[in-house]
Design a protein around this ligand. Structure first.
Ligand SMILES: [Zn+2]
Length: 66
């Protein structure tokens, strides 16, 4: 549930596991999946992966489950 609201954020700062502080991140396309594009957030300082997100082709608000 927290994951869902997190995905809506246009993340610019994320907690980096390496730097151990919130760092500016760069969004990088990781995978193209049938249900959307998977991106990962990479720390601009050390290059560690700080998180990832799956962006559906349609905006989540307009998507219907079922
Ligand atoms: Zn870092």
């Amino acid at each position: 549930m927290a994951q869902d609201s997190f995905d809506r954020l246009e993340a610019s700062l994320l907690l980096c596991p390496q730097c151990r502080v919130a760092m500016p991140v760069r969004k990088r396309l990781l995978l193209i999946l049938p249900q959307g594009n998977k991106f990962e957030y990479v720390c601009t300082r050390c290059g560690a992966t700080c998180g990832d997100t799956l962006e559906p082709d349609q905006p989540p608000e307009r998507r219907r489950y079922m």
